[in-house]
Design a protein around this ligand. Structure first.
Ligand code: FUC
Length: 878
């Protein structure tokens, strides 16, 4: 869309943004509303809207008008190879650059005469504490089960819809805090413009020269000091001039501030009939050397914002469909030499059931402490904290000429060129994002990690736990970011409580259950519609994801913390598994193979393959944990007996791994569905072993081929890991090419594609962060695979199991293997040159495989053993 900068008034960025949104959406909004009225089903509406109109849902939310002046010169490539960089400002949110400290996040556009920082604080969700469990469900359960065993799928789905779904039917969306807006004096020409995200320093920056003055703007997020720090400098004194204000889609209570500190107090929105219960505050303290800072009261009519963002009553997608409130104060800095703006947001959210926090006190404490500390100390601590995590892993897949180009161009060239360094950048960007959105004390990474600018984001930017949240944590262990798992553990501890209520109320069962989604309020009942929500496995899968962390670290304290949640998850199934009539297997009922319709009608069934695989893993983990911790002997026996009666994996007539109890796969209405749930057993699960279960592995391969290579972003992320587990480097590389394809709209359909946006964010479409994390995990999985030790068996590490031919030479250090090992690898001409294996855990014993050879190593804790290409010892160090 073309927007004329001449329209722009000094504070008019928001008008233009709203305008931009309206232009794209007016025609679709009425259609969307009609569908809403017809189906009253948010999930379906979202899916249809995203599938058909994907590009507009996200794109329209936040944009910055293109620079109206001229861009001249050609900035040199960034000196740091681990940088995303561009020669023009971002105009769309999906080109802007993210920074985050786990809790506070910002997207920086890097404009020339205006800057927009879209802010997030991870506890700002719509609504407030609520309990969605449906007490009618229990009475309906026996009939639903019988209908499913009788093959009356439509009737079962109808009854579930009437009696078993959550109230409200949707969970509540994650909210953006709002935007800090900076406007600068008008510039007609910018020379040598470069915008960059340096992954080594976790800093987003902009630099350009105008009328012989070089301007630099740098933004980073500090975890130790819990704030965002924006620094503005110029090559000549007295040239820092800006006006600062804010806008938000939430409700503004006041925005008066003090002499040098912008303060906005607000409240969150209601959604799905749940009243907003949160207060929040954003503070921006402007420190400057030289110049004059003035506070200006603005004559702004604030618009009441009682629009219910939630689902059935959604007024359109994206902020453009909603009201944007402007702050009533603006700060003007004139003639300064430099400025540092300290930004922090806080909310009254203390826990999913406690909203009594004091955002004013919290934000004030953060900003006062940061101001007293000063820029240099803030920077030093941020770098030390970040680099401690980020620098643990290095990857070198080689560099070619393509690496000289700006990132947006490299993305577009990737499929036809040879740019292994873009894969390295993408891999490290995934690690950067995880550090940026999941740190101890913060909320876990949601569908957009931490970064969301929409008040009605796609799928509520929630925690979808039938794949997406789990995928977010796949790279946490193998790429050596174990600390980032902590928020997921904390969330599961909450779900253990809220899910216990759901288990009691809806199933009269012990333990706890979470269905396919949760939100900031830790809701656990089935939502959206039976065909998506009636899946009781979300909590169990999360437990298996956390178990993986234990397998990598062998951390006994973590195991003790995790065990009660695992046990509770298993207890739920001990009480709810039922015997299916044909084989007398024990199965889940009702359930589904996530979101995939079957030929019997709808998707709800009894005993889909994935459920059985998740449960075999969960029960095995509980048995092993109970043994290790020396507890619950009787329960372990019961688990073992039940586990033996679960429906087994089955191979269908086409040689595929059956997705359901029946051999339906070849008649299924959506054979190329993005979900590959029944393949969970091979990855990320442990139910099917590549080494030991050759027949099932072949069946997985067949199923994967039948599903095809095209999918949404996360669907590609999953396929990448599966092809890696299948030891097929060339096929995995083809998937990686799809994952790294440009998401820019297809010219014919004008829809975004799956792949990556210009800022390397994964495109479902729209933006969803899971694909980034699946991709990062998958790249590591191509180079190293491992299995944990289990009774009588040592841990096992396989070196270069699926090396793509496109990376003949390379080196990786610091990646982790299950059992507590850190690994470095070096290869040339596609063959191993050497490996370093370090024992970082308590285990001493490991089998190492490369190609056809396996050796056994015994290593003391803290010892590194170096191996050559023949896996012979060539030295060790303490
Ligand atoms: C699941 C997927 C969709 C989307 C949504 C957030 O339900 O089926 O593709 O990723 O989660």
């Amino acid at each position: 869309m073309s927007l004329d900068m001449k329209q722009k008034t000094e504070t008019g960025i928001s008008d233009l943004r709203a305008e931009a949104g309206r232009e794209d959406r007016l025609s679709i909004r009425s259609v969307v509303c009609r569908i809403v009225m017809m189906f009253r089903n948010f999930w379906l509406v979202t899916w249809v809207a995203v599938a058909i109109l994907g590009v507009r849902v996200n794109f329209a939310a936040t944009s910055l008008p293109a620079f109206a002046g001229t861009l001249t010169g050609e900035a040199p490539p960034s000196a740091e190879p681990l940088s995303l960089w561009y020669r023009q400002p971002a105009t769309a949110w999906t080109s802007a650059l993210p920074v985050g400290n786990g809790k506070q996040g910002a997207m920086m556009f890097g404009g020339i005469d205006a800057e927009v920082l879209c802010l997030n604080e991870d506890t700002l969700w719509a609504g407030g504490p609520y309990t969605p469990d449906n007490p009618d469900a229990l009475a309906a359960l026996p009939e639903v089960r019988q209908l499913l065993f009788d093959g009356k799928y439509r009737e079962a789905e109808r009854l579930i819809s009437q009696r078993m779904m959550a109230r409200p039917l949707s969970q509540l969306p994650y909210q953006p805090i709002g935007d800090i807006l900076l406007t600068f004096p008008k510039v007609t020409n910018a020379e040598n413009y470069r915008r960059e995200l340096n992954l080594r320093t976790a800093t987003a920056s902009v630099q350009f020269t105008s009328e012989d003055v070089t301007f630099t703007r740098e933004l980073f997020a500090s975890y130790p000091d819990n704030c965002l720090i924006l620094r503005l400098t110029a090559s000549k004194p007295g040239h820092i001039n800006f006006k600062l204000s804010m806008q938000t889609g939430e409700n503004i209570v006041d925005s008066e501030g003090t002499n040098d500190t912008f303060i906005l107090n607000g409240t969150n929105r209601s959604a799905s009939g749940i009243a907003g219960a949160l207060k929040f505050q954003t503070r921006a303290k402007i420190l400057h050397s030289g110049g004059t800072l003035t506070k200006i009261a603005r004559d702004i009519t604030q618009q009441a914002n009682e629009a219910d963002t939630g689902n059935q009553r959604s007024r359109g997608f994206g902020r453009g469909g909603n009201i944007i409130n402007q702050s009533s104060s603006e700060y003007s800095l004139e003639g300064a030499d430099s400025a540092t703006i300290l930004i922090a947001s806080a909310t009254s959210y203390k826990r999913y059931n406690d909203v009594t926090g004091d955002p004013n006190a919290l934000a004030a404490a953060i900003i006062d402490k940061a101001a007293a500390k000063g820029y240099d100390a803030l920077r030093k601590d941020q770098l030390a904290d970040y680099q401690k995590l980020f620098d643990r892993v290095s990857l070198d897949l080689g560099t070619t000429e393509d690496a000289r180009f700006p990132t947006d161009q490299r993305i577009r060239n990737f499929a036809k060129g040879n740019d292994p360094a873009l894969v390295t950048l993408y891999f490290q960007f995934g690690r950067y994002l995880l550090i940026g959105c999941s740190r101890p004390g913060a909320q876990p990474a949601n569908l957009q990690g931490l970064w969301n600018s929409d008040t009605s984001p796609a799928w509520g930017s929630k925690y979808t736990i039938n794949i997406n949240t789990e995928m977010n944590y796949w790279p946490a262990n193998n790429t050596n970011l174990g600390e980032c798992v902590e928020p997921l553990m904390a969330m599961v501890e909450d779900l253990d409580v809220t899910g216990a209520k759901t288990a009691r109320t809806m199933y009269n069962a012990r333990g706890w259950v979470a269905h396919h989604n949760t939100d900031g309020w830790r809701a656990t009942a089935p939502i959206d519609g039976p065909q998506f929500g009636m899946w009781p496995m979300g909590g169990a899968w999360l437990c298996n994801t956390l178990w993986d962390h234990y397998e990598y670290t062998q951390d006994q304290a973590f195991l003790k913390r995790l065990y009660p949640a695992m046990k509770g998850a298993a207890e739920f199934f001990m009480d709810t598994l039922v015997e299916e009539p044909k084989h007398k297997w024990l199965v889940t009922n009702p359930s589904l193979s996530p979101e995939v319709p079957h030929p019997g009608g709808g998707s709800v069934v009894a005993g889909p393959t994935m459920d059985m695989q998740i449960l075999r893993d969960l029960f095995a983990h509980c048995i092993e944990a109970g043994q290790t911790l020396g507890v619950d002997e009787d329960f372990r026996k019961q688990l073992a007996a039940t586990r033996a009666r679960l429906a087994p994996n089955q191979i269908g007539a086409a040689g595929q791994l059956q997705e359901w109890l029946e051999d339906w796969d070849m008649q299924a209405p959506d054979p190329h569905n993005r979900h590959v749930s029944h393949l969970y057993g091979l990855y990320p699960g442990e139910d099917i072993s590549y080494a030991a279960d050759k027949e099932f592995v072949a069946a997985v391969k067949k199923s994967l081929e039948l599903r095809g290579d095209n999918a949404t972003g996360w669907g590609l992320g999953w396929r990448l890991n599966l092809w890696a587990r299948l030891h097929d480097g060339p096929h995995a590389y083809r998937i990686l090419q799809n994952l790294l394809a440009s998401a820019r709209p297809d010219p014919a359909s004008r829809r975004d594609r799956s792949g990556v946006y210009d800022n390397l964010f994964d495109s479902h479409p729209p933006f969803q962060i899971d694909g980034n994390f699946g991709g990062t995990a998958g790249i590591a999985e191509l180079l190293l695979q491992s299995t944990a030790p289990c009774v009588g068996q040592p841990a096992h590490i396989e070196l270069l199991p699926a090396l793509p031919p496109q990376w003949p030479e390379g080196k990786v250090t610091g990646i982790l293997a299950r059992g507590g090992f850190k690994v470095g690898l070096h290869w040339r001409d596609g063959k191993l040159v050497g490996a370093d294996i370090r024992n970082t855990g308590s285990l001493a014993s490991v089998d190492i495989t490369y190609a056809d050879k396996t050796v056994h190593l015994t290593l003391d804790r803290g010892v590194t053993q170096s191996l050559n290409a023949q896996l012979s010892n060539v030295g060790g160090t303490n």
